[in-house]
Design a protein around this ligand. Structure first.
Ligand code: AHR
Length: 512
């Protein structure tokens, strides 16, 4: 009896202590660093239902379309200001031959997508269709060239087809295919995951291959290519070291790094919807690990490139769970919960706060694959909780980064802890300040007391993304369960601002 009374008392005390949890944060307008809009990029591969049956649908599907491009999907992406879209892979990029995907669709060859499910690739969506998609979204294309099974000649030809404005057989072919003006594609990936599906190379071999292929990636008049080397898998620091040592800094715009948040392990990743607090906590912990990866890769890059000319392009990231039961395992179709939105928001805060080096990132993968922004089912479409994070964070694109200083309270589960709060802030060209704050704690609200240095404002607005349970999702039956709403739990007192975040929430504060 005594024991029960003690625990009851303990729980009540803990509840009140936790309920009053608060922290200080200082936000200062002292930097000239820009948060590159390309941190907010996306990725679309010929994988499962991302391109086919996602962006590019059957002629008979009853949705608004331009050619076969689904316009409700395009509209949703325009709204969040997608800055660039990476294509055609992924692993698929190193088996893709661009000339298969141009010209009369009825004559295009049928290939097998050996990477993703051994299904027929009919090549109906190719280069001109992709550029049309980018044009509709209003984003820049980022093409990943084929190093694994392609030749430097093939890569050179592709760029000539895309970017040459003069008279040549390939430029004329583009004109014949309906595009008179050059496309001016500048972001160019020289291979993908060349340490794995892109050719199982050593870093020494790849660095030489990079130099060979990059030699033939020409800058046609009007377009300077931004070449991106295929970089490290997660914590493969040796890969970064060798590439940075062997490839001259002026020969690349960026070098990539790929990191996926896995909850358990690659064999048993865990369900996207049916998970407990242990798995919630693990997912967050593994997501936060990306900051260590960025710090360590950046330190290596600093040795060879102290002026930070080369961008770290995190051109694949996001949570990777088990596929939805009953779906093709090779199609990587997963649902998307509040947890995944918190993971996106946290990762974007980390990228923003490392914007001196991280100048591009691409979430995997826009529609129906992995941590998707959009899920479709025939003519239906839903926006995932992750979509709403990109909607809240769009104001950071190309804004001036504002440094933050704070120590977060801990979110403790069993005997492990992580920082409950993460945040980032920026000032846009009109002087409007946007602060995005995430509370990862599954149970406790936290008050953030902000001291604002050199920041003046008259009005405050707030928006929030939260839900009752960490595994809440949007479904085709209930598409609006997890979405942003307006938020008013803040107080201004002189130059101090206090904001109280409920558990498991992402808050956007706008100071005007
Ligand atoms: O995004 C799915 C796959 O993950 C990509 O094709 C590959 O680059 C990575 O391993």
């Amino acid at each position: 009896m005594k024991k029960i009374a003690f625990y009851t008392l303990f729980s009540i005390v803990t509840y009140f202590l936790q309920a009053q949890s608060s922290m200080q944060i200082t936000i200062s307008d002292t930097s000239h660093q820009t948060i590159s809009k390309y941190i907010y990029g996306h990725f679309a591969e010929h994988l499962g239902r991302c391109i086919y049956d996602g962006f590019w649908v059957d002629d008979n599907l009853n949705v608004p379309k331009k050619d076969r491009i689904r316009l409700d999907v395009v509209e949703a992406l325009k709204k969040i200001h997608v800055p660039d879209l990476r294509w055609p892979g992924g692993c698929f990029a190193d088996q893709y031959h661009w000339s298969d995907g141009i010209g009369d669709r009825s004559k295009r060859p049928q290939r097998v997508n050996t990477t993703w499910g051994m299904i027929t690739e009919d090549n109906s969506f190719g280069t001109d269709e992709f550029l049309q998609l980018c044009n509709l979204i209003g984003c820049e294309p980022y093409i990943a060239g084929n190093v694994g099974t392609g030749t430097p000649q093939e890569m050179e030809n592709w760029i000539e087809y895309l970017n040459y404005n003069g008279k040549s057989t390939l430029a004329d072919l583009r004109r014949k295919n309906g595009h008179d003006a050059p496309y001016n594609v500048s972001f160019w990936g020289v291979g993908n995951e060349t340490w794995g599906c892109g050719g199982n190379m050593t870093p020494e071999f790849y660095a030489d291959q990079y130099k060979r292929y990059a030699t033939f990636c020409k800058d046609y008049p009007g377009t300077s290519l931004k070449k991106i080397a295929s970089g490290a898998n997660a914590d493969d620091y040796n890969w970064m070291e060798i590439c940075m040592k062997k490839i001259p800094v002026q020969e690349m715009w960026g070098i990539s790094m790929h990191y996926y948040t896995i909850v358990n392990n690659w064999q048993h990743k865990g369900s996207a919807t049916d998970f407990n607090e242990q798995e919630y906590f693990n997912g967050l912990k593994n997501c936060l690990h990306i900051e260590e990866l960025i710090n360590k890769h950046s330190a290596i890059m600093d040795k060879y490139d102290p002026q930070k000319k080369v961008a770290l392009a995190v051109d694949e990231w996001g949570i990777w769970t088990d596929v939805e039961p009953g779906t093709n395992p090779a199609f990587l179709y997963q649902q998307n919960s509040l947890r995944d939105a918190l993971i996106a928001a946290t990762t974007l805060n980390i990228f923003n706060n490392h914007c001196d080096r991280v100048r591009m990132a691409n979430l995997a993968q826009t529609v129906n694959v992995l941590q998707a922004l959009i899920l479709t089912d025939k003519d239906k479409m839903l926006l995932t909780p992750t979509y709403y994070v990109f909607d809240l964070y769009k104001y950071h694109q190309d804004a001036t980064w504002l440094p933050l200083e704070f120590t977060s309270p801990a979110y403790t589960f069993e005997n492990k802890s992580l920082a409950a709060i993460n945040a980032s802030a920026s000032k846009d060209s009109n002087g409007v300040v946007h602060i995005t704050i995430v509370n990862l704690d599954a149970h406790n609200k936290i008050t953030v007391n902000a001291s604002l240095q050199n920041i003046t404002f008259k009005n405050i607005e707030g928006e929030i993304l939260t839900s009752q349970k960490f595994n809440d999702i949007n479904t085709f039956q209930q598409p609006d369960k997890v979405k942003t709403t307006s938020f008013s739990d803040y107080k201004k007192n002189g130059d101090k601002l206090s904001v109280t975040l409920p558990p498991m929430s992402v808050v956007l504060i706008t100071l005007m």
